[in-house]
Design a protein around this ligand. Structure first.
Ligand code: IMP
Ligand code: MG
Length: 191
């Protein structure tokens, strides 16, 4: 691959450098270690966006936790939430009696995490449910959900990297930024 086709070159700006993200995860881990001490904790990753945060955050947690994954889709390839959340799995994990911490990359309209927390509380009988997100895009919020742990608040921008994708790409970038317009489909450029 030539340097000019590296995905870094597709970025217009970098919002959060890798060190900044990791330092913030250090701080969130301190809170989570403290809040769940002595409790039976299961951390639920919302795939695929939370994978980077899960790996870096959970390695900073010193509790004997369990890990589960949920596969959902809400964007269907665009840059705005479709409003519909579909679960790509037949069965949701057994969480009865556990304190559940759901981890996702970003809280945008809030529909995805609201639907996930609703289903987990209705179907899984957890002891408690909390939500941790790396990014909180408050301007777009439609649902009433409030995150318990937030890495950073961001303006109403479409961002990629550190788990966040545009049409499936850029999740592997170690930092978070915005894309140059020429790498967005024409119908997404005004957003
Ligand atoms: P919500 O249901 O609108 O809160 O959308 C949440 C999901 O939309 C996240 O888990 C992301 O996968 C995706 N999403 C929202 N904003 C962005 C963004 O700026 N970049 C990439 N994905 C995003
Ligand atoms: Mg996504």
């Amino acid at each position: 691959m030539s340097i000019s086709s590296a995905s870094h070159d597709h970025l217009e700006s970098v919002l959060f450098e890798e060190e900044v993200i990791l330092t913030r995860l250090d701080e969130l881990a301190v809170e989570i270690n403290r809040d769940y001490e002595g409790k039976s904790l299961t951390v639920v990753a919302v795939l695929h966006g939370s994978l980077m945060m899960m790996a870096d955050l959970l390695r900073r947690i010193r509790l004997p936790l369990k890990m589960e994954c949920l596969s959902v889709e809400s964007y269907h390839g665009g840059v705005e939430s479709s409003g519909k959340v579909s679960f790509n799995m037949k069965k949701i994990p057994a969480l009865s009696g556990d304190h559940v911490l759901i981890v996702d990359d970003i809280l945008d309209s809030g529909r995805t995490l609201e639907e996930i927390t609703r289903r987990i509380s209705n179907e899984c009988d957890p002891e408690s449910i909390r939500v941790a997100v790396l990014l909180d895009k408050k301007a777009d919020r439609v649902a009433g959900i409030k995150p318990d742990y937030v890495g950073f608040e961001i303006d109403d921008l479409f961002v990629v990297g550190y788990g966040l994708d545009y049409r499936g790409r850029y999740r592997n970038l170690p930092f978070i930024g915005t894309l140059k317009p020429e790498y967005l489909l024409p119908e997404h450029r005004s957003l």
